[in-house]
Design a protein around this ligand. Structure first.
Ligand code: PLP
Length: 443
């Protein structure tokens, strides 16, 4: 048995059940963050730790940005909360207009949530509502993709495709899954891999199996982040779009990680030149400072649902959250988007991503590195497993890196990087050197 954490630390740790965390391991050797500044986290010994995942893909503009702090403080002192249902406040409308203008093509309606999980539920509920109001209420099934991550809600774990997140819970929403696109022939591809666009054709088999009359939507991340930065093959997303059009299936891009700069474009949709019917965002929307997500949809989805609303006092879509469009979250988002624009951070990611790419791929041939993948300021490494223990070595390597002052993500058999958009070349060098030393030492 592990010792009671309260015997090890001045801070009792018994009460908190930590999310997506190995609670026993953590409480036996806590990793406590006490502050943050710019591209660094600060731990309880005062050590600066390079934030190699921008928080949890959240803080691309760096931590503790005074512009966001000031906007949040001002908003809290002006309007701390406005009822989200049947009442409005200016900032929610202003932010929605801004997001609509940023989104590709005719994606111009914005529904606010508080998280990526809620965005996944919201988008798929909208898809069902849309088909129902189109007179096709049997179109309910959602097709996701193996290794996809869409959050921890019942929806998210149903059409999500990470086995470990699903196995505990039994049936929830009716879903099915396309194959993932992690192909051995694409190992060590730099950027977008060449092989495998034909995997999108599996949607034809799904249609044969379930019939399009029973399928509401396909949901995929343009680049799967949580499963270890899996970049889709060239042409794959275009083919998926084409097949969704042919079979009257809505296409949802979950851009909770890729939205607002991670790929070197505003959206993954731009990177892959594909316009989905809905885009889910969260994380970078407020630079992680305040929880907020959103679903951005095309005009026709809104029109169909709203036009079928009946009497004008009827609620057309009985869905929403107490904190949808929270004024303080809106203020954080506006300030965060200002920073992205003023500091041209998206262009910065695009400009520096070849340097980052070169750095991460320089680790090819190092011990335990079975694959390296990258896009923009994101990279994933498949790590050679201990027999029967795929998750162990990534954890061990991440702990060694932490000792050296670098926070990276470990998940499944992968290590993941999502460096801040504000990262300097020297910081990329330091991170890659630390990874190299760690791999060599562990050998
Ligand atoms: N969708 C994607 C692509 C994500 O990466 C995440 C979180 O990592 C989510 C959804 C869930 O977001 P949240 O944890 O805010 O509910």
């Amino acid at each position: 048995m592990t010792q009671r954490a309260s015997q090890l630390s001045p801070q009792p740790m018994d009460a908190l059940w930590m999310p997506y965390t190995a609670n026993r391991q953590f409480k036996s050797a806590p990793r406590m963050i006490t502050g943050a500044q710019g591209n660094y986290l600060i731990d309880d010994s005062g050590r600066k730790i390079f934030d190699g995942l921008s928080g949890l893909w959240t803080c691309g503009a760096g931590h503790n940005r005074p512009e966001i702090t000031e906007a949040v403080a001002k908003q809290l002192a002006t309007l701390d909360y406005a009822p989200a249902f049947q009442y409005g406040h200016n900032l929610a409308f202003e932010l929605a207009e801004r997001l609509a203008a940023m989104a590709p093509s005719d994606i111009n309606k914005v529904f606010f949530t508080n998280s990526g999980s809620e965005a996944a539920d919201t988008a798929t509920k909208m898809a069902r509502a849309y088909w129902r109001q189109q007179g096709q209420p049997t179109k309910t099934r959602i097709i996701g993709r193996a290794k996809g991550y869409h959050g921890a809600s019942w929806g998210g774990i149903s059409f999500g495709g990470i086995g470990a997140n699903r196995k505990m819970w039994g049936p929830a929403m009716e879903s099915d899954h396309l194959s993932h696109t992690l192909l051995p022939q694409n190992a060590f591809s730099e950027g977008i891999p060449a092989q495998g666009a034909n995997l999108a054709d599996e949607l034809i088999e799904m249609v044969a199996l379930h019939d399009a009359s029973n399928i509401a939507a396909v949901i995929v991340e343009p680049m799967s982040g949580s499963a270890g930065v899996i970049v889709p093959p060239a042409g794959y997303l275009k083919r998926l779009r084409q097949l969704c059009d042919e079979h009257d299936i809505l296409l949802i891009f979950d851009e909770v990680i890729t939205g607002f700069g991670r790929t070197g474009d505003l959206f993954g949709a731009n990177t892959f030149d594909v316009v989905p019917d809905m885009i889910n965002v969260a994380k970078q929307l407020t630079n992680g400072a305040i929880p907020m997500g959103a679903v951005l949809t095309r005009q026709f989805i809104y029109d169909t649902v709203v036009d079928a609303g009946g009497a004008p006092y009827n609620i057309e879509l009985p869905h929403g959250y107490t904190y949808s469009g929270h004024p303080v979250a809106c203020a954080a988002a506006m300030a965060s988007l200002d920073i992205l624009e003023q500091e041209k951070l998206v262009a910065r990611v695009a400009e520096l991503s070849p340097y980052f790419e070169q750095g991460v791929h320089s680790l090819k041939g190092m011990p335990f590195i079975n694959d390296i993948r990258n896009l923009g300021f994101a990279a994933g490494f498949t790590i050679e497993s201990y027999p029967g223990e795929p998750a162990r070595r990534p954890f061990e390597l991440a702990m060694k890196l932490l000792e050296k002052g670098f926070y990276v993500r470990y998940g499944g058999d992968t290590l993941q990087l999502g460096i801040p958009f504000t990262t300097e070349k020297s910081e990329i060098d330091a991170l890659i050197n630390a990874m190299q030393d760690t791999l060599m030492d562990a050998h």
